[in-house]
Design a protein around this ligand. Structure first.
Ligand SMILES: *Cc1c(COP(=O)(O)O)cnc(C)c1O
Length: 359
């Protein structure tokens, strides 16, 4: 049973999901819609599961207003396999790809793409300690430009889909469904489910088949996005639990005001959080103001001496998951779609109380 204790879950991923989604998902594992069978023991080719996959894809299209020319897929391998898959599909035989390096995940995407062919860094945020997002320069002769729209670890984000002269490939793992997407700029958007969409186990691709690169050799089957599209994400057994629970969460978003409402809630949370980081003399923000992420707020204590007290007070207030990533330290408040404003307010209260008692 889902816990009734109110934990404020700031986990960077796997993420918080709405309680009602958790309860429905748990129930479907016991029995799917009065069928006498569990979600995880029925054929993925049964009408019941085909309907679930179709609704998941339809909900994505509705929420994001996806143009008809794009395909929507739910596959396995996470965003990490997506690094290789996207490079394989959008780099032509004698072509290359450009990468905007804005954090840890874009460095990993770049490293994986080297297995496919020539790749170039067109920006490198490491020179600025990844505190800000450099503007995209005009690209070289590359087939496409890969960006990471939200940098989960450093807490930076493109304020809008960047202008570019080449089709974009966007890793949106940690900000998908947090705001609208200008699909005219993209060849492909992909996202591991477990930050803003559902449980770990599936990765979503939204891609334009007409922009898939020509290749002399056929791609290995599992990497071939057009093959997956021709089989409606059922080339092999899909991750049924992750797809079902993601579908429930997308349905929940549609019922609760759609993307606009999600975006408004996210802006309110981020404003509350950053206002306190800026106001409170004990803390300092990590990211440059104009590159701040709406999803992950990163900050540090000005004086390490207050850290044990802050840790204790967070624990007492049931605030969970605010430690920074091991590679950067400090703190990170991940405010994914399902996190309520009241949780941000609870964290802000603790920061104020810390200042009052230790400032
Ligand atoms: C978490 C994350 C990934 C890795 O996702 P997996 O599904 O675990 O492979 C990739 N990119 C970004 C931006 C992330 O936040």
């Amino acid at each position: 049973m889902v816990s009734t204790t109110q934990i404020h879950n700031f986990s960077a991923g796997p993420c918080i999901l709405p309680q009602s989604v958790m309860i429905e998902a748990a129930e479907a594992v016991r029995e799917l819609d009065g069928s006498g069978l569990s979600l995880i023991e029925i054929s993925h080719r049964s009408p019941a599961f085909v309907a679930i996959m179709e609704e998941a894809q339809a909900n994505v299209r509705k929420l994001l207003n996806v143009p008809d020319r794009f395909e929507v897929l739910f596959l396995q391998g996470g965003a990490s396999l997506g690094f290789l898959t996207t490079a394989s599909n959008f780099m032509s035989t004698n072509g290359s790809l450009d990468y905007a390096i804005t954090g840890t995940w874009s460095k990993k995407a770049f490293a994986e793409a080297k297995h496919v062919g020539p790749v170039h860094k067109i920006t490198d945020g490491s020179e600025l300690g990844f505190r800000s997002i450099p503007a995209l320069p005009a690209s070289s002769s590359a087939d496409a430009v890969h960006i990471t729209t939200n940098n989960t670890i450093f807490g930076t984000q493109y304020a809008t889909d960047p202008a570019t002269d080449k089709p974009l490939i966007g890793d949106m793992s940690s900000d998908i469904f947090s705001r609208s997407i200008d699909f005219d700029k993209y060849a492909c958007v992909y996202a591991g489910a477990q930050k803003n969409m559902g449980p770990a186990g599936t990765v979503m691709y939204i891609f334009d088949p007409s922009l898939v690169a020509e290749n002399e050799l056929p791609l290995p089957s599992y990497l071939d996005l057009k093959l997956h599209a021709s089989k409606d994400s059922m080339f092999n057994t899909p991750p049924v639990f992750a797809v079902y629970t993601s579908m429930l969460n997308l349905r929940w978003m549609l019922k609760n005001g759609g993307l606009e409402a999600v975006e408004q809630r996210n802006r309110a949370k981020a404003q509350t959080m950053y206002a306190e980081i800026d106001r409170n003399a004990l803390f300092t923000g990590f990211a440059e103001t104009d590159s701040r992420s709406v999803m992950n707020a990163t900050f540090t204590a000005v004086d390490a001496a207050v850290e044990p007290a802050f840790k204790k007070m967070c624990a007492e207030a049931c605030i969970n998951g605010v430690n920074g990533h091991k590679s950067v330290g400090g703190y990170r408040a991940s405010m994914y779609n399902a996190l309520p404003l009241s949780s941000v307010e609870a964290l802000v209260d603790v920061m104020r109380e810390l200042e009052r008692t230790h400032g």
